[in-house]
Design a binder for this molecule. Structure first.
Ligand code: GN1
Ligand code: MG
Length: 370
């Protein structure tokens, strides 16, 4: 449980009444702290940053501070009072996180955010309206960051969506077979190997400057959008750890992959795992309604492929973690990562079958908004 001596180092007025751990996300430990400020209850979100995943928490927090300030300024400039931005709560030493030293000298890193009230988020989207809102939220996020000085951002996880290098790491880890599990996954490996060249398509275009580097979110799952309970509009985009320079295509692809899948990421009945057309259309429309005028045609041509590519990447990542003995993603049971990998690879297959339809829908929609 979160120690009180840690929490007290945040510059938060009032007294702590309650701290609860919540079980959302695959990476950090997250808590909600309730404070009593002159009789009024106020909530804050406190997270222990996973520094196995994020090797340099200082970079993560500096990125987040810069981005959130920029987004806040953009809202103020346009007089937007509907939408919100996460706000980093400072420590009593005016830092953006707490570095806590254990007796054995290992370090733990904690940060706090204001809690966005009156909001709801969905692990699995329930309707096309919600999905469209998520698409809009991430399109808007990229739009507001369009003129952000990209060179000031650190790469918080090196090569995060570098699918070419993800593939190389996969080959290397299959070869090493650390946890002696490769014997159980021949079929999955074969499936991925067949798609080796496909892993290069976005990275190659970025390297040749045919598509631009943008400020990207890199984890555009539908549950990273806070939605206004009353109006159904988006309130804020959260989970800013992986905001980095990259291709906006991965953001779009990941949004569709997560929001339009008919099933949860660890559903084991693969008959239930496919992209729902209506949800794909809703996400695409929401996203392009915000971002189309800022996109170039080379990017648009790759949008359909990006959905497949990000599902393939995540399938590879889950499978690699399974091969390595489940070190990265939190797992609830022995084959959790393998089930997740199979689920993503099933999505890849489904997207392949729908590629022509998806590309023509995307193009029609682009023309409408560009
Ligand atoms: C992780 O913890 P969460 O749910 O925000 C992962 C994403 C994956 C996602 C799959 C830093 O995100 O890349 O798409 O799980 N985040 C990191 O559920 O690796
Ligand atoms: Mg995340």
């Amino acid at each position: 449980m979160l120690k009180k001596e840690i929490v007290q180092k945040f510059e938060i007025p009032g007294t702590i009444e309650e701290i609860k751990q919540i079980t959302s996300g695959n990476i950090h430990k997250t808590y909600v702290a309730i404070y009593n400020e002159n009789g009024e209850k106020k909530k804050y979100l406190i997270q222990q940053i996973n520094n196995y995943v994020f090797k340099n928490p200082y970079d993560v927090m500096n990125n987040i501070e810069g981005i959130t300030k920029h987004l806040q300024n953009e809202l103020v400039k346009s007089g937007d009072i509907q939408h919100k931005v996460l706000k980093v709560v400072k420590t009593i030493d005016n830092e953006n996180m707490i570095v806590y030293k254990n007796e054995d000298n290992t370090e733990e890193f904690y940060r706090a955010y204001n809690f966005i009230d009156n909001a709801i988020s969905y692990d699995t989207a329930e309707s096309p309206e919600i999905v469209k809102t998520a698409g809009k939220a991430f399109g808007n996020f990229q739009k507001l960051l369009n003129d952000y000085p990209i060179e000031t951002l650190a790469e918080t996880i090196v090569d995060f969506h570098h699918t070419k290098n993800r593939y190389k790491a996969f080959e290397r880890d299959v070869e090493r077979d650390d946890a002696n599990r490769v014997q159980f996954i021949k079929k999955e490996i074969e499936f991925i190997v067949k798609r080796k060249d496909f892993c290069n398509i976005i990275v190659n275009k970025l390297e040749k400057n045919e598509i631009p580097y943008r400020v990207t979110h890199n984890d555009t799952k539908v549950n990273n959008v806070m939605i206004n309970k009353q109006t159904g509009d988006f309130l804020a985009v959260v989970d800013l750890d992986t905001v980095m320079p990259g291709s906006g295509l991965y953001d779009y692809g990941d949004g569709v992959r997560s929001a339009a899948s008919n099933a949860a990421e660890d559903e084991i009945d693969l008959n239930k795992v496919y992209i729902k057309d209506e949800f794909f259309e809703a996400y695409t429309e929401g996203y392009l309604s915000e971002l189309a005028p800022y996109m170039n045609e080379e990017e648009v041509k790759l949008m359909g492929a990006s959905i497949k590519l990000i599902a393939l990447e995540l399938g590879i990542r889950f499978l690699v973690d399974y091969i390595n003995g489940d070190k990265y993603f939190k797992c609830d049971y022995e084959e959790h990562n393998l089930d997740r990998a199979r689920n993503q690879l099933k999505l890849v297959e489904d997207i392949e079958n729908k590629m022509d339809y998806m590309n023509s829908y995307i193009f029609e929609c682009y023309k409408k908004y560009c």
